[in-house]
Write a protein that binds this ligand. Sequence first.
Ligand SMILES: Nc1nc2c(c(=O)[nH]1)N[C@H]1C(S)=C(S)[C@@H](COP(=O)(O)OP(=O)(O)OC[C@H]3O[C@@H](n4cnc5c(N)ncnc54)[C@H](O)[C@@H]3O)O[C@H]1N2
Ligand code: MOO
Length: 413
Amino acid sequence: MAELFKALTVEEARAVLTRYLPTKKTVTKVPLLESLGRLLAVDVRAAEDVPGFDRSTMDGFAVRAKDTYGASESLPAYADISGEVLMGHMPQGKVGAGRAWRISTGGMLPSGADAVVMVEFTEELDKKSILITKAVAPGENVVRKGEDIAAGEIALPAYHRIRPQDLGMLSSIGVTEVDIILPIRVGIISTGDELVAPFESPAPGQVRDINSYTLFGAVAACGGVPQYHGIVRDNHEELRNVLEKVIADNDMVLLSGGSSVGARDVASEVIDSMGEPGVLFHGISIKPGKPTIGAMVGDKPVFGLPGHPASAMVVFDLLVAPLIRSGEYSVLEKDIYMDYPLQAEIVRNLHSAAGREDFIRVRLFLREGRLCADPVLGKSGLIATMVKADGLAYIPAGKEGVEAGEIVRVKPF
Ligand SMILES: Nc1nc2c(c(=O)[nH]1)N[C@H]1C(S)=C(S)[C@@H](COP(=O)(O)OP(=O)(O)OC[C@H]3O[C@@H](n4cnc5c(N)ncnc54)[C@H](O)[C@@H]3O)O[C@H]1N2
Ligand code: MOO
């Protein structure tokens, strides 16, 4: 069992978890329209070219580009109209020298033609002939066969999370069923004698449960399947019994509260007693979120998140979200800066102890075109601080605070 509050750095916590995390994934087939937001289990290759033929991207005339060379308004090129492309049909015939075929946007280019002149750059002399007032280069106003994706190419790689545009790509290559990784089921438990459900009226000394709800939303937002398991009292026996069932029913468990060092803080002892290897660390050198427990019970990660609502969300974001999102546990080793893509000017001085990574809730705004981050003041027990914030700013361990005007890295919510 890990020593109480021998705090690890985030990097160390990620590394120790990574050592124990399972690599297995469960794969299932779902209809294309049910795959949105899921992770692909395998590389998906295109079996055929898309488009399957050269297509016009404009309404106009299909021509041989070289017949238009030098054409201008003052010296137009002349062409005979020798055919018309019907949408959805293969043109019967060939575009010969000095000829043009009427074509609509999306129509199949007739053989012989290699470009399309937009209708705006033509003048119809009569039903049979046009003047072309602008030259086109070969391939102009045309999408080539296989230009969207070529037969044999990987359309989408394994572990890719399917977005709306990916549904379009899959439909274009005729994929109607998709192999996805089954989303991680995450059991959520709130602990505390003071907690009541949201539909209850809290008596003096009681508060409504917040963490089950924020964590439920956070799991779903990452593409996991949250399972609400309610409130458990600060009691060894009760927590053990609930935890046993929740671990059995899920791939991962999130407990919140009882992770500190108080007399009622039972989480660490109970988690450690559930099975090997047990608690891997208890305490991370971050603010907020120091009293965090990371454990594995068999091949299932179990996290004891701090009770303060903002702290629980910050730790979730740091350690839990990457696991759920990626479906591939090794991503925990990724550089933290990858997650903080924005650079913003902090607008107040902030203190931070050296040797501790700080995650500051910030409001974002633009000042004279520059992105600025204004820290949201308030304790980590206040959910309103998360509600008012637009993101988290990151202060690395090596820094003893930041001064107004300094650039910080920010992750938007
Ligand atoms: N002497 C010390 N006290 C505390 C320390 C410390 O280092 N020494 N750490 C503080 C920090 S930082 C945090 S964070 C909290 C962590 O506490 P626990 O994880 O043990 O959680 P609890 O004591 O059960 O609760 C803390 C706080 O959060 C409220 N809470 C808990 N669960 C929920 C929930 N589901 N919904 C809403 N609010 C919740 C609870 O009522 C407490 O107010 O410990 C500090 N103390
Ligand atoms: O870590 Mo506590 O989480 O600072 O509020």
